[in-house]
Design a protein around this ligand. Structure first.
Ligand code: GLA
Length: 355
């Protein structure tokens, strides 16, 4: 990375930071309802090298993604959010990006880019931001300056994950608990399978789900669906679609709590059925799955997975499967290049500092 940077920019980078992608073990479409999520950072990442410029220009280049795809809006968004949220002014910079995280696969490549860029530019300006601050700046970059109405899950886990843990996040209080997660110790693997269908959180359907959740909360008379009970969801007069959306969110929150209970007992295998129930709820009640994702989940189960579900916003992207050692070759074979194993790693970190 340093050599590429020197070749491109004509000098050494001042800061090099790397941030991981994530998969969400469970707790989908709950993070904008004040609810619970349980993601972990994965061993695929985006690395950002930066050096200051004195001419006020922001010059960006990716070693993987073409200049004309619009990805630099994330860097622009980070520069604006650094000023607005943290009072850090970046006058100009060369920004070089390298990544082995697929984009549009539901693995938070945008959050990884944002958090690594916040950390690198912040450090370049002489400010060390802590995990909560990094997440806050990156979240503001995405929601306010890039303009995608996401929840807080992705930036938080990318900034704050610990190796060997899932991050149990209360998205209302932003309280976190790091829950040990060591599937390998129980002979279990987490496999991510790309459905091949590209999704975009900004395409309108995600925002539509948010509006439906707000309408359901208003019908029930609670501030957010996090505050509703299943009884209220079933008893309140409302449109059937809204009722199903609300039922997903309320039952998903309780599935997160059940999963945390299992993990506290070191019973990873015990969460398979909970993951499957989450997928069914996302497919039938929340309607954010798609045929390709449903097929991936079915095939993984046929090949011996303990449980599987779509992960991330949906409408495409990836699924995750919990696979015992004995079934791993069968599952990997069934999906070829689309499947890879992941393990829980730490959040954003400094790779190098020079110059
Ligand atoms: C996307 C968003 C997250 C979250 C998930 C659904 O990944 O970026 O904030 O809402 O969808 O759980």
């Amino acid at each position: 990375m340093n050599e590429e940077f020197e070749r491109w920019a004509g000098r050494a980078p001042a800061e090099v930071w790397s941030a991981p992608g994530r998969v969400n073990l469970i707790g989908e479409h709950t993070d904008y309802n004040g609810g619970f999520v349980l993601p972990f950072a994965i061993d695929r990442s985006t690395t950002v090298a930066v050096a200051p410029r004195s001419d006020g220009r922001l010059r960006c280049r990716s070693l993987q993604v073409a200049d004309d795809t619009g990805w630099t809006k994330y860097v622009d968004g980070v520069v604006q959010a650094l000023a607005a949220e943290a009072g850090i002014h970046v006058d100009g910079a060369d920004v070089l990006v390298e990544s082995d995280l697929p984009t549009g696969a539901g693995l938070s490549s945008s959050a990884a880019l944002e958090v690594a860029t916040v950390a690198a530019l912040g450090a370049m300006a002489g400010t060390a931001l802590d995990g909560a601050q990094l997440a806050a700046v990156a979240f503001r970059a995405e929601t306010e300056f890039v303009g995608v109405p996401v929840g807080v899950m992705d930036q938080t886990v990318v900034a704050r994950a610990l190796p060997g843990h899932v991050l149990f996040l209360d998205t209302r209080s932003l309280g976190i608990e790091q829950v040990p997660f060591d599937p390998a110790a129980e002979g279990v693997n987490v496999v991510v399978i790309d459905s091949g269908v590209r999704h975009r959180v900004g395409d309108g359907r995600y925002a539509e789900r948010r509006r439906e959740c707000e309408a359901a909360a208003a019908a029930i008379g609670v501030e957010q669906l996090r505050d509703a009970t299943l009884k209220q969801v079933e008893a309140t007069p409302m449109d059937d679609t809204l009722r199903r959306r609300a039922r997903h969110v309320v039952t998903e929150d309780s599935r997160v709590l059940q999963t945390v209970e299992q993990l506290r007992r070191e019973a990873v295998a015990g969460i398979g059925a909970i993951l499957l129930a989450s997928h069914a709820s996302l497919r039938d009640d929340f309607e954010v799955s798609c045929d390709a994702l449903d097929r991936v989940v079915e095939t993984a189960m046929e090949k011996g997975a303990l449980g599987a579900r779509m992960t991330g916003g949906g409408f495409g992207g990836s699924a995750l499967a919990l696979v015992p050692d004995g079934s791993l070759p069968n599952v990997l074979d069934a999906f070829g290049d689309a499947a890879f194993e992941v393990r829980p790693v730490g959040g954003v970190r400094r790779i190098d500092a020079m110059g």
